[in-house]
Design a protein around this ligand. Structure first.
Ligand code: SAH
Length: 353
C-alpha cells in the first residue's frame, strides 16, 4: 500500500476531491503528517471517524522505529533506526551545554569510498525517503526534550551517506524542516556536509535554502586527496573551489572545511601550506576533526604535534580553525563510525525481512 507521505499537498487535494470530500481536508492531514509528525490516522482528531477509516484503507504511514539506543558517557545518544523494509541507518543526538544537534543519515550505506570512513565499508543500499529524514529529526527532537528538557537546535547531514547523491529528497526534507507548515526550524541551523560534487553543490546554492555548507577536504593536495577519497579523482580541487566560490556568491554563507590530520598522511608543512592557500580562495573556516579510528591501520596514527602546527600556522595566516573534540566515541557514534556495528548483518543486505 502507498505511504501517504509520498503524496504532495496537491496530490492530497486531488485525493479528497476524488472521494467526494472537501479539498481543505488535505491541509489538515498534511499538517498532522508534516508539522505534528503523527504516525497514525486514528489520532487525526479533526477528521471524522469514517474519513480516518477510509484513509487507513487507502494508505499506510511508514514510521521509522528505534531498533537500538546507546548512550555515551558524554551524553551523546546513538540510535540504530529501522526503516520499513528492515534496513538500518543511524541517527545521533549530540548535546553540548547550549545546543542539541541531530546528526542525520541521508542514505542507507554510502556509494563513496573514503578510505578512512566506516560507512564507506557498507555498500549503498538505497536513498532515504523525505519522511525517513524528517522522522530522524523528529525522533532526536523528542529525545532532546525527554533527556535534556529542550528542543533540538541544530541539524547536520553528517550521518550515513552522501547528501548530494540523494539530492532531491535532502532538499525536500530541508524545505519541510524549515517551512512554517512543517517543523519550522531555522535553516541557518542546518549544515549539509558533502565530500564535494561540484555540480550538485552549485545546484544547492541556487535553491535559496539558507543552509550552511561543509566540505570534507582532508587534503588540499590533489593526489593525496585522491588517495584518501578515491572517488574524488573525478572532481579536481579547482572545480570544487569553483563550486565553493559560486556557493559563496549565491548565498553569502562561508564554507566550513572538515579536516582530519593523520600521521604519515597529511602532517607535513607542505600539507599545511596547501590548506592555507586553498582556504584563502573563499571565505571559510576549518573544523579540525579528531579522527575516530576504525581499525584501518593507515589512518590510525594521530599526530598531535602536527595538529598543533596546523592550528598555529592557520591562525598565523588569519584563518579560523576550530578543533572539534570527538563525541560519542565510546559507543561508535562519532564521525565516520556509523556502520551498524551492532547489527551489521541487517545493514549489509540480508535485510528486508
Ligand atoms: N558524505 C558526507 C557526510 C558524511 S561524513 C561528507 O563526506 O561530508 C561526515 C564527516 O565525517 C565528513 O567530514 C567525513 O570526512 C568525516 N569522517 C568520516 N569518517 C571519519 C572518522 N573515522 N573520523 C572522523 N571523521 C570522519
Amino acid at each position: 500500500m502507498k505511504d501517504i507521505r509520498t503524496l504532495s499537498l496537491e496530490d492530497l487535494k486531488e485525493y479528497f476531491t476524488q472521494i467526494g470530500d472537501k479539498p481543505f481536508r488535505a491541509k489538515q492531514v498534511y499538517d498532522w503528517l508534516w508539522s505534528k509528525n503523527l504516525h497514525s490516522f486514528e489520532e487525526m482528531t479533526n477528521l471524522s471517524k469514517n474519513l480516518r477509516e477510509n484513509l487507513s484503507k487507502d494508505f499506510v504511514i511508514n514510521p521509522i522505529a528505534v531498533d537500538t539506543l546507546q548512550k555515551s558517557s558524554d551524553g551523546t545518544i546513538k540510535n540504530g533506526v529501522k526503516l520499513h523494509d528492515g534496513l538500518l541507518v543511524e541517527s545521533v543526538l549530540i548535546p553540548t551545554e547550549t545546543r542539541t544537534t541531530a546528526c542525520v543519515s541521508s542514505q542507507v550505506g554510502c556509494s563513496l569510498n573514503c578510505e578512512f570512513c566506516a560507512t564507506a565499508k557498507l555498500k549503498r543500499m538505497r536513498n532515504l525517503e523525505v519522511a525517513e529524514i524528517i522522522d530522524q529529526v523528529a525522533l532526536i527532537d523528542k529525545q532532546s526534550r525527554l533527556y535534556f528538557g529542550r528542543p533540538l537546535s541544530n541539524i547536520v547531514f553528517m550521518g550515513m551517506g552522501e547528501p548530494m547523491m540523494n539530492y532531491k529528497n535532502v532538499v525536500e526534507s530541508i524545505r519541510k524542516i524549515t517551512s512554517p507548515e512543517g517543523l519550522g526550524m531555522s535553516p541557518r541551523r542546518i549544515t549539509v556536509s558533502t565530500s564535494g560534487i561540484p555540480k550538485m553543490m552549485k545546484m544547492l546554492a541556487d535553491e535559496n535554502l539558507k543552509v550552511k555548507l561543509a566540505l570534507s577536504l582532508h587534503s588540499a593536495i590533489e593526489h593525496k586527496r585522491n588517495d584518501i577519497m578515491p572517488f574524488s579523482s573525478k572532481f579536481p580541487l579547482t572545480e570544487i573551489m569553483d563550486a565553493l566560490q559560486y556557493w559563496y556568491r549565491q548565498t553569502s554563507s562561508p564554507i566550513t572545511f572538515e579536516y582530519c590530520v593523520w600521521g604519515g598522511i597529511n602532517d607535513t608543512d607542505e600539507d599545511i601550506k596547501a590548506l592555507i592557500k586553498y582556504c584563502r580562495q573563499v571565505p571559510s573556516k576549518v573544523n579540525l576533526i579528531q579522527y575516530n579510528p576504525i581499525g584501518e591501520g593507515k589512518y590510525d596514527h594521530r599526530n598531535i604535534e602536527a595538529e598543533e602546527r596546523y592550528v598555529h600556522e592557520l591562525e598565523k595566516a588569519g584563518i579560523t580553525i576550530v578543533v572539534r573534540r570527538s563525541r560519542g566515541g565510546d559507543i561508535d557514534a562519532a564521525c565516520g563510525q556509523l556502520a551498524n556495528t551492532h547489527s551489521r548483518k541487517e545493514a549489509t543486505g540480508v535485510a528486508g525481512t
